[in-house]
Design a protein around this ligand. Structure first.
Ligand code: FE
Ligand code: FE
Length: 163
């Protein structure tokens, strides 16, 4: 009984992150377009390519579970993306825009890291070994992206905002 409940939770969370990743995939080109710093723009473009793979890995997990890929509305990611849009509108043409874009992107990455960390733990507990490997591969890329964003923020983006 307990195991069945964790299984349901696992599947719900899988649908949540599948919904989230597909929305992130739509938001990233807009963020890349808005970014002023060429490094930040390139970073968004690179992560867009990675995000396409994240979606594919999730589809593979659905397949491993014998289920059709299906998303479940994730209000958290919709809110985070909405906040990013607000920053793009309100800080358009200002020196602070890139700093705002980095902060919005880091909120996205942290949401993903939370979800993939949880999914990896549950996959292990439930014996979904192949799914576990797929989650860990994506988690590593989300963490690397977050670190890259931190470096960008510290090196130039925030300095410009303060100038
Ligand atoms: Fe992702
Ligand atoms: Fe990401």
């Amino acid at each position: 009984m307990a195991e069945k409940q964790l299984d349901d939770l696992f599947f719900d969370t899988l649908k949540d992150i599948y919904f989230a990743e597909r929305h992130i995939l739509k938001a990233l080109p807009k963020m890349a377009k808005a970014a002023v710093s060429p490094d930040l723009k390139a970073g968004f473009e690179q992560h867009q390519a990675e995000t396409e793979v994240h979606v594919e890995r999730l589809e593979k997990v659905f397949e491993l579970l014998g289920k059709n890929p299906r998303g479940k509305t994730c209000d958290a990611i919709l809110g985070i993306i909405e906040e990013g849009k607000e920053i793009m509108d309100e800080f358009k043409g200002t020196q602070a825009l890139d700093a705002g874009l980095v902060s919005a992107a880091q909120a996205v990455e942290h949401y993903e890291m939370a979800r993939y960390g949880t999914l990896a733990t549950w996959a292990k507990q439930l014996g979904h070994t192949e799914a576990l490997e797929l989650f860990l591969a994506t988690l590593k890329e989300e963490e690397a992206t977050d670190e890259k964003l931190t470096k960008l923020a510290k090196s130039s983006v925030n300095l410009k905002a303060a100038a």
